[in-house]
Design a protein around this ligand. Sequence first.
Ligand code: NAD
Ligand code: TYD
Length: 350
Amino acid sequence: MKQDRTTGGMKVLITGGAGFIGSNFVRHILVAHASWEVVNLDKLTYAGNLANLKDVEQDPRYSFIEGDIADGDIVGRLMARGVDVVVNFAAESHVDRSIEDPSPFIDTNVRGTQVLLESVRKHHVTRFVQVSTDEVYGTLGQEGKFSEDSPLAPNSPYAASKAAADLLCRSYFHTYGLPVMVTRCSNNYGPHQYPEKLIPLVVTNAMEGKPIPVYGKGLNVRDWIFVEEHCRAIDAIIAQGRPGETYNIGADCERANIEIVYAILDIMGKPRSLVQFVSDRPGHDWRYALDTIKLNREIGWQPVYSLNAHLERTVRWYMDNEEWWRPLKSVDYYEYYERTYGRRRCQKTG
Ligand code: NAD
Ligand code: TYD
């Protein structure tokens, strides 16, 4: 891969860099690559939060642009300034919100990705990494894992919008020869995750003594990875991945939801009686599990962090950083929570 420009470093455009994984990735790149420059393009939706990047905002190698990836003018102007690598994290990312209203998911995840690809077509970029998800494969029964060759069978509007973006990436590789790589990662956990997702929701509700809504019987299985592992894997794929290829990223760590919830309550010394089983998410995928042999074989990447240690580290981060999550829950979350779970609470399943 071309090493860029006068500095010998590279200029990376990170979209959605004010969100959970994107902000961890911005930090990862600045630490791991002393000569790289990072431009963060983020629309600052409810999930985008510049407080996630307080510690790097003064770094001369970092700059922030507020804007929409679906805005061709902004994207075109940024690309025209010269970008070596694009990593597209920007997305509407919450399944429950996609069930309430799929439209923003199509606007950002599908149309936004296409605008980025179109701009990459007009400017010279060495790598375009589309950060996708295992949810594009749909759901598994008790057995088996998804490989990169598994058929796409998305079940939520979120997953369908991400699958559509993956296919656009594929088409821009085959039709225009764009150096696109798609990564499909399992469920992430770690600091700075918006407190609507399972793990931060459990910690923050427990701190507030609020009920913890567990969908169905809590037996759905997710495959968990610590966010810094995901960032490390994407970095390795930028360096060694082959254009046109898709790479699963996971840490081989399946847990039923209720196991995760009880583990968190145990770490916090909170009672399990906070759990409230509520009616199931419509179209709720039963189980995700990823085969990551390709990533290991081609890139030499493997996970190093254990769930036990890093779940505890994550829980403690939310406990120690109340000033980070409290404003998020008060501004946006409660209205949404009442709308969604208020209704579900009425249909309690026991
Ligand atoms: P997030 O919701 O925390 O952050 C998304 C970010 O994108 C926010 O900063 C938001 O402001 C920004 N954004 C949204 N629409 C935008 C637009 N039109 N233009 C520019 N910026 C926009 O999401 P996350 O959990 O950090 O996920 C990041 C990416 O990783 C997503 O593409 C998601 O599909 C993928 N992913 C997430 C997980 C997970 O477990 N969280 C797992 C696999 C893949
Ligand atoms: P989530 O964090 O929304 O991620 P995803 O839907 O992308 O996997 O949910 C993780 C799992 O936890 C999923 O099976 C749904 C379940 N869940 C609950 O049981 N209660 C909740 O309040 C939330 C947000 C999720």
